[in-house]
Write a protein that binds this ligand. Sequence first.
Ligand SMILES: CC(C)(COP(=O)(O)OP(=O)(O)OC[C@H]1O[C@@H](n2cnc3c(N)ncnc32)[C@H](O)[C@@H]1O)[C@@H](O)C(=O)NCCC(=O)NCCS
Ligand SMILES: Nc1ncnc2c1ncn2[C@@H]1O[C@H](COP(=O)(O)OP(=O)(O)OP(=O)(O)O)[C@@H](O)[C@H]1O
Length: 282
Amino acid sequence: MKLYPQTGSEERARQLAWFATQSLIDEARLSPKPGLVDSRGNGAHHDLTLALMERSAHSLTPTFQALALQCWQRPADIALRQTVGRLGREGESQMMAATDGVNTHRGAIWALGLIVSAAAMLGGSGSPRDITETAAAIARLPDHAAPKVFSKGLRATRRYRVPGAREEAQQGFPHVMKLALPQLLRSRRQGASQSEAQLDALMAIMTSLSDTCVLSRAGLPGLEAMQNGARAVLLAGGCGGEQGRAALARLDSQMLALNASPGGAADLLAATLLLDRIAQPD
Ligand SMILES: CC(C)(COP(=O)(O)OP(=O)(O)OC[C@H]1O[C@@H](n2cnc3c(N)ncnc32)[C@H](O)[C@@H]1O)[C@@H](O)C(=O)NCCC(=O)NCCS
Ligand SMILES: Nc1ncnc2c1ncn2[C@@H]1O[C@H](COP(=O)(O)OP(=O)(O)OP(=O)(O)O)[C@@H](O)[C@H]1O
């Protein structure tokens, strides 16, 4: 069944897509992030640059818009799950074409794609809780058309018996809802600047995520260094203070020495920024 959104929904779909792209760009530019691409440089990555991340983010706007239009006021059912899966995979192809085959945003297409879809299902807005619960309902449905492909993430979740990107979404994005968003709001209330509050939110995610990017590149020692280092930054008062910034610099050096990059945490920060943006009044 094809649904034709009424006027107004098309405008909101365009806006949601723009919000998603902008959240990816904000995440990529935010600095200094440990191990990740930021406006200082490439972090632990040899094949990624900030310009590439930005090109990739822009290439995804049509995907986010198509997701919003197709999901507009529809319930979570198998038909919708298949549409979302197809559009997500088309988005991955567009990203690969824009980056000459470099994986810049695979995990982000998944997380932000589900959130844009869920916001559209709810008529274009909603509380972070309603949106993430709706996103989880789509993520839990089977996508029979999904090809069985090898992925580093899947291998890491099996080898270390930890949840990965799929499970994070199926559980309603607990690292966003229980850690990152509360930290973002708390740091803002305590007078941190916008980027300090966003860095604190990233740290909050990194204290507990089983990030399969880190596990694939640096194993359990890498994951432990990430979680302990992020905890140390927050315990030192967060990125708004001198001690917190010194702890952040130590964590950055450690991640670089281990060749570790918390790509999954970065995706979830972008998801946090998107939910924060959707929740703002127009
Ligand atoms: C579920 C996905 C992410 C694949 O996951 P998998 O772990 O098998 O693959 P892969 O290693 O390629 O990517 C995982 C990416 O997720 C991020 N990530 C890593 N760990 C985590 C974590 N614990 N939590 C959240 N994200 C994480 C990282 O960026 C990583 O690169 C996704 O690509 C997928 O299945 N897409 C199919 C299309 C679809 O259904 N789309 C619908 C929404 S648009
Ligand atoms: N600012 C960022 N810097 C680096 N990675 C990011 C950033 N933001 C998000 N990511 C995520 O991190 C992932 C990249 O991780 P990684 O490089 O480990 O993946 P890979 O290309 O599959 O593996 P490898 O580079 O080890 O061959 C991207 O899919 C993206 O979702």
